[in-house]
Design a protein around this ligand. Structure first.
Ligand SMILES: C[S@@+](CC[C@H](N)C(=O)[O-])C[C@H]1O[C@@H](n2cnc3c(N)ncnc32)[C@H](O)[C@@H]1O
Length: 218
């Protein structure tokens, strides 16, 4: 597992190259978007916004003109790229650099959506749970969480791909951006969430999981 300072150093160096991952990320992110009803959201929080590509897409194509976006990232490079990207949206969008911790400087119950694409698969297991708890804190009752991450192989091609991926990760996690396959769905079995959509899908042999869940009362 990559420590936080190494994650930051990697993504500071990777910068714009992150957008070259769109070929396998976009179909899965699109699947999350189809089930997360962004059109009715007034405020969206994104954990690990990268270059701001998803923020720009949300603000341009999916959110209504009064809706606001707040994103954070551990990487200075990513934060400055994302700020550049959301500049045309003025006060509607804010991007903040964090120290990589899972506590966000946001009030309780203020957000309609909490999203994180290909970030939780970089975090230690206990921090994945902490992000999910933090999402529950910042979401309004009935708010939705939409997550996408790398997951375990789901067919012969992805078994092959993930064999190579896992070998690279064991040798040097930075060779695969610090990402390893995880299981998202199992984190939403408790009474605090209702899963609305869960799907594992492979794109170019790279397997990903999408979960969209609603915050329940209580
Ligand atoms: C694989 S990239 C994905 C970026 C973006 N979500 C996307 O889909 O293009 C992972 C991103 O998560 C950020 N990141 C990693 N660990 C983080 C943490 N603990 N807190 C905030 N951001 C983090 C990285 O800096 C990087 O921008």
């Amino acid at each position: 597992m990559l420590e936080k300072d190494k994650v930051k150093a990697f993504y500071d160096g990777f910068g714009r190259k992150q957008d070259s991952q769109a070929f396998y990320e976009d179909p899965v992110v699109e699947e999350m978007v189809r089930h997360a009803d962004f059109g009715t959201a007034e405020s969206v929080v994104e954990f690990g916004c990268g270059t701001g590509r998803f923020a720009e897409r949300l603000l341009t194509d999916h959110l209504w003109p009064g809706a606001r976006y707040w994103g954070c990232d551990i990487s200075e490079t990513m934060v400055s790229l994302a700020r550049e990207r959301v500049l045309p949206f003025g006060f509607r969008a804010e991007v903040v650099r964090t120290d990589g911790g899972t506590s966000l400087p946001l009030p309780d119950g203020g957000a309609d959506r909490f999203v994180s694409n290909f970030v939780l698969d970089i975090l230690p297991d206990r921090e994945i749970d902490q992000v999910v708890e933090e999402a529950r804190r910042v979401l309004k009752q009935g708010g939705l969480i939409g997550l996408v991450s790398l997951t375990q192989a789901i067919g012969p091609l992805s078994s092959l791909v993930m064999g190579v991926w896992n070998a690279l990760y064991s040798f040097r996690p930075s060779l695969v951006g610090g990402c390893r396959p995880i299981d998202l769905g199992s984190r939403f079995g408790g009474p605090g969430w209702e899963i609305l959509h869960q799907r594992k899908m492979a794109s170019f042999g790279i397997p990903s999981e999408v979960v969209v869940a609603r915050k329940r009362d209580g």
